[in-house]
Design a protein. Structure first.
Length: 370
């Protein structure tokens, strides 16, 4: 099914909610391609820039519009459909907007929020509607919030906040987490970490990181909130847990300026050693090889304290990784599975593999085979 918006002179003829719903129905278990972009109102916002202003006043203009609206008992939600086009609307939770909802009747706030989320053809109006629902706790609104939250780059922060407040929010966030990527995944996974619900621990330990660069913002939060050090050293360790631990460690090794690094993760030496030990018992694959090699490269290249280790711990862990990577079956797996003509293979061979002198990438004719 194709999605058309037909912007024309009157603006887009499809709501943001319907746009998200149609794309979701095409692949109910998948992530919306390109986060649902272009949105129906893309032409209107393509060249729009955010004005420089006192950040403390963000949302104050929106709150003033809401105050005037809710002060009129007969005002209809539809009157707000075009009210925010020339106003900067924050996409995160905002104290001014939240205060405006508290000054109004809860039922009117809820009804207005529902109408704006479901019927707005303008992202700013839909965002205000979601902000209104994010201050409430009605469970009936969960499907509505999840659907608009699929457009996660824009609506993810408020959708995560709104779901987090509701009973059953953890399960709803897990549903959304499976269907968002990029910045949207950051917002939703961080919300799951804040909830700390035991029901989400299994997912956080095995599926939170999808390999995107932005995983660096939450990898350390996942490791901490889900008690990774207990899981990876426990009795219930499976391949999914080991593989995801590798992704977490690889991300934390190189996410300075984004999130928690190995240096600031106290259980780092325990988790690294456990991952290396489990790796030795796994079937070799390209992904496992690459993750382990990148981790070992980071450990070897940095001072031990930057990895949260002593010199002895760092050196022992690097030797553990290299012992696995040098095994013939692991060498065969990466040679067979990594496309030698691809850009990644060229980067990997010329950097990580070269620094570690990995046997799988050595040139026997050049005398580097060990």
């Amino acid at each position: 099914m194709s999605v058309t918006t037909e912007p024309g002179r009157l603006g887009p003829q499809i709501t943001l909610f319907e746009h998200a719903l149609r794309l979701h129905q095409q692949d109910p278990d998948g992530v919306l391609p390109h986060d649902g972009s272009p949105y129906p109102d893309e032409e209107r916002y393509r060249s729009r820039t955010q004005p420089d202003s006192d950040r403390r006043l963000d949302g104050a203009d929106v709150a003033a519009i809401l105050d005037r609206h809710f002060s009129r008992p007969d005002a209809q939600a539809s009157e707000l459909a075009d009210a925010f086009r020339d106003t900067h609307v924050p996409i995160h939770g905002n104290v001014h907007i939240a205060a405006a909802t508290l000054r109004a009747d809860r039922q009117r706030v809820q009804q207005t929020g529902r109408w704006l989320v479901r019927h707005s053809t303008d992202r700013c109006a839909a965002t205000v509607g979601l902000a209104l629902l994010a201050t409430d706790w009605a469970e009936d609104d969960i499907p509505l919030i999840q659907t608009i939250g699929l457009l996660s780059n824009w609506f993810g922060p408020l959708a995560a906040e709104a779901l987090q407040r509701r009973r059953g929010g953890g399960e709803a966030l897990l549903w959304l987490a499976e269907r968002v990527a990029g910045w949207g995944r950051v917002y939703v996974v961080e919300a799951l970490c804040r909830l700390g619900a035991s029901a989400s621990r299994t997912w956080l330990l095995r599926r939170a990181c999808d390999g995107d660069f932005l995983n660096g913002y939450f990898a350390g939060k996942v490791a901490t909130a889900a008690h990774l050090h207990e899981a990876i050293t426990g009795a219930d360790v499976d391949d999914d847990l080991i593989d995801h631990t590798g992704r977490l460690l690889k991300t934390m090794a190189d996410c300075g300026g984004m999130g928690t690094t190995l240096e600031h993760y106290p259980p780092a030496p325990i988790v690294l050693a456990a991952h290396a030990a489990h790796l030795a018992r796994q079937t070799p694959t390209v992904d496992r090889y690459v993750d382990a090699a990148v981790i070992a490269d980071h450990l070897a290249a940095k001072p031990p304290n930057r990895c949260g280790c002593t010199v002895e711990q760092r050196d022992r862990i690097v030797r553990q990784y290299l012992a696995v990577l040098e095994r013939p079956d692991w060498c065969d797996a990466v040679r067979a599975g990594l496309d030698p003509t691809g850009d990644f293979a060229a980067w990997f061979a010329g950097n990580v593999a070269a620094r570690l002198h990995l046997r799988a990438f050595a040139d026997p004719a050049g005398g580097d085979e060990r």
